[in-house]
Design a protein around this ligand. Structure first.
Ligand code: SF4
Length: 62
């Protein structure tokens, strides 16, 4: 069982709130957009979803 992270790159402002909120270092900010670099480490805690001010992130069970 894992977690699928979806980022709406049209909404993402690259502010890095998801990166700061994530306890597992799942995100990097590249070219002003959040990128999943470590998806296997996702805990499904949804801290990134709450932290994102523009609602650009969805985390769903695989
Ligand atoms: S759900 Fe939690 S562990 Fe997974 S990417 Fe978001 S903040 Fe990180």
């Amino acid at each position: 069982m894992g977690w699928v992270i979806k980022i709406d790159t049209g909404k993402c402002t690259g502010d890095g709130n998801c990166k700061d909120a994530c306890p597992s270092d799942v995100y990097e900010i590249k070219d002003k957009v959040a990128v999943v670099v470590n998806g296997d480490e996702c805990l499904g805690c949804e801290s990134c979803v709450s932290a994102c001010e523009v609602g650009a992130i969805e985390v769903n069970e695989e």
